[in-house]
Design a protein around this ligand. Sequence first.
Ligand code: 3ON
Ligand code: FE
Length: 497
Amino acid sequence: MTAQLTSTTPALSYNQKEWKTGYRSLKEEFDYDITDIEGEIPAELHGTLFRNGPGMLDVNGERVNHPFDGDGMICAISFDQGRAHFRNRYVRTEGFEAEQQAGKILRRGVFGTQRSGGPLFNAFDFKLKNIANTQVVYWGKKLLALWEAAEPHRLDPATLETQGLEFFDGQLAKGEAFAAHPWIDPSSKFDEGRPTLVNFAIKAGVSFTLTLYELNLEGEMIQKHDYPLPGFAFIHDFAVTPNYCIFFQNSVQFNPLPFVFGQKGAGECIKFQPEKPTKLIVIPRGGGKPQTYEMDSGFVFHHANAFETEQGLTIDSVCYADIPQLEVGLDFLDVDFQNLKPGELWRFKLDRASGKVEGEVKLSRCCEFPMVHPALVGREYRYTYLGAADQADGSNAPLQGIVKVDLQTGEETLWSAAPAGYANEPVFIPRAQPDASGCYTQVDGAEDDGWLTAVIYDGKQERSAIVILDARTMEQVARLNLKHHVPYGLHGTFTPE
Ligand code: 3ON
Ligand code: FE
């Protein structure tokens, strides 16, 4: 037997000083062929990985209060015959242009960024700055940059130039939102089995409204339904199955006064109420009556997937025991990771007959940004891939790896970039070619036969790389070193065109 030395304070896999440097604005816009490549880019990998995230985290040295308030910057990494090209460009939103021109912060942000000049300049200013920073999706021959509380911005897919706000032929009214979490249903019952894009919006106010949208392959809106939403709602994502849209209405309280008087952002006035249940809202996609169920409280931003079962529904989500919020007045760069509750992957099962929802932890390693095979959205599936902490002990930490979870066996496989590397959302790209629609509508071969791509920030070299992993083995296939850093991003999509 070998004696094991145990320590009560295990060494951290990350270095907060290095981690922080990933949150510097990227002020240049690049356009170049990537030449610094380790390993080989698979020759069959063809298409573009679009990513969005807050790239501008200060205006002339005046910093945003929270990274979610940073202006949206799109990266496009195109793969063709073993080669890759990088391009990044800011979304020219109205607010971005005005602030860059003025050289100071002119708009309040939802997460506490204030206009220059103190609370008096912020009180009674309820305008939202559409920062287009959360997701980017190519649909109906349009590239759309999304932010959940406003209209999409349309971009040129080749140059990433901003073309203006998108209203889908007048189907979206000015001021109406189109959330940042669309799902592509690989075979929609509402369009003769063709793929459709399903999305939602929350309209805040004295009373809240939830809107569901469905767009066909041509980008035309084929369904739009409004539902009243009782109580205050902060809903970032949803899940979709062939027949339903599924929402978790986390139990939160909103105290508008600090927002009204210019002291806090609206998002900072939200308080989690762990003693109150989360509402599970199930809405028939054809426009029927919503059903609401109650479940144990928890805070959910992202859902991995959902599918219909004989008993009801199964929903897989990243769930927190408390809303991951910063202490007011604390610089987000000084966040105490260990003090926050980690995200965990949960499986929730709704039994319609009893109306009961049972939850079970599927991965207690700290994780976020779940991803699944695109052809299995809304269908029974086996694998999900997430950004994950390096350590397996379940404590909160920055994401430093990509984890594959086998939901059938419970097996987890980690690829880690620790100690210098920091990860975010993985995007799964099937090896098999998409069908004529340009969508992946079927699993051709094994569900995990494909690649995972992610942007990894190296805190020692202070620059980023794109990694390509083999999703079957979770081994690195290639690492494409960029010439600069990319600030930690949010979401992205792959388009095989
Ligand atoms: O509920 C009302 C309606 C509404 C839509 C009030 C409101 C003002 C809060 C609101 C607006 C919400 C907005 C604009 C939310 C934006 C969210 C955003 C930009 C990002 C969310 C990211 C979520 C996660 C989980 C990120 C995780 C990041 C890491 C693990 C680190 O890389
Ligand atoms: Fe999100």
